[in-house]
Ligand binder design. Structure first.
Ligand code: R5P
Length: 293
């Protein structure tokens, strides 16, 4: 087995290769002055007859990462690999998974179909809507990072009367998984808009937040608005300490400032996007999925 480390996932690829006892290949890559991507694999004949696992996340610069992935896949095919597995730790465009307005493209479907066609198997992590894994075709699996997040928190933190919260209803399942590992309660924030002032407030259903350590969990932190709104309201409800965890830390613009100034003491993310918030690895989860194939 050979793991090809995409330019966006060098450390995660190395960890996966190590866990699978596979050879790690790091292609050379560059961007031409006009913006086009270039990728080359040294000694490509070593790919012949091998199971090749390409790992490339799709952020930052979603569009470039898609092209890199397709170029690497084409090299593996051209040099007669046996099987081609594609790991997309963060799948970009996953939030545009339906036509919200007439005339829109279903962006996720467009990309998923292409990636599914060039791969024998696709693995994604916490795809925004897990059921859309079907867009990739039959041979695709979406794994969750929430067990890794839960285990990390349980090994490294001692929370006081912890409560795990999804910042919206969509994150309730994530909160449940993490809470079960921590032996904690869980719930989600419900948004309410004041019809006269337009002000948005949040409440947590049937659970007292006062004097508790709160762990907010979500799949994506992008602009930070969702977590910051939840945190501001949880603080008002009396939460003592708030930690924010996510699988994919896009952290666009002023996200960090927004979140920290809303009362969050720490932001933790996984290595689906390798960045300064990365504390948790999904390598074991991905490697064990690949072992099943
Ligand atoms: C939305 O449904 C997602 O799960 C995240 O809550 C959302 O993408 C976060 O975006 P932002 O950080 O921009 O509020």
């Amino acid at each position: 087995m050979i793991v090809v480390a995409g330019p966006a996932s060098p450390m995660l690829s190395a960890k996966i290769a190590d866990l699978l006892d596979a050879k790690l290949i790091t292609p050379s890559f560059k961007t031409f002055p006009d913006g086009e991507s270039y990728i080359r694999i040294d000694n490509p004949k070593t790919l012949k007859g091998e199971t090749v696992v390409i790992v490339n996340t799709m952020y930052p610069d979603q569009n470039r990462r898609v092209i890199e992935l397709l170029l690497m896949a084409s090299i593996a095919r051209d040099y007669d690999c046996d099987k081609l597995y594609t790991v997309v730790p963060y799948m970009a465009y996953a939030r545009q998974d339906k036509r919200f307005l007439e005339g829109e493209a279903i962006s996720l479907k467009v990309l998923a179909e292409i990636i599914g066609k060039v791969s024998d198997k696709v693995v994604t992590v916490d795809l925004h809507s897990p059921e859309t894994i079907s867009f990739f075709g039959k041979n695709a699996t979406n794994v969750t990072a929430m067990n890794d997040i839960g285990n990390f928190l349980s090994e490294n933190y001692s929370f006081k009367n912890p409560l795990v919260i999804g910042p919206d209803q969509g994150a309730l399942e994530y909160a449940k998984t993490v809470a079960n590992i921590l032996g904690a309660e869980y719930s989600y924030c419900e948004k309410m808009r004041d019809r006269y002032t337009g002000e948005i407030t949040m409440s947590v259903k049937d659970i007292d937040v006062k004097n508790r350590d709160v762990i907010i969990v979500d799949d994506i932190i992008s602009t930070g608005g969702t977590v910051a709104l939840a945190s501001t309201n949880l603080r008002k409800m009396g939460a003592t300490n708030i930690v924010a965890c996510c699988t994919h830390a896009l952290m666009v613009g002023e996200a960090e400032h927004k979140i920290i100034s809303s009362g969050v003491s720490e932001i933790l993310s996984t290595d689906t996007i390798e960045c300064k918030y990365t504390r948790i690895s999904v390598a074991k989860t991905i490697a064990s999925e690949i072992r099943k194939l």
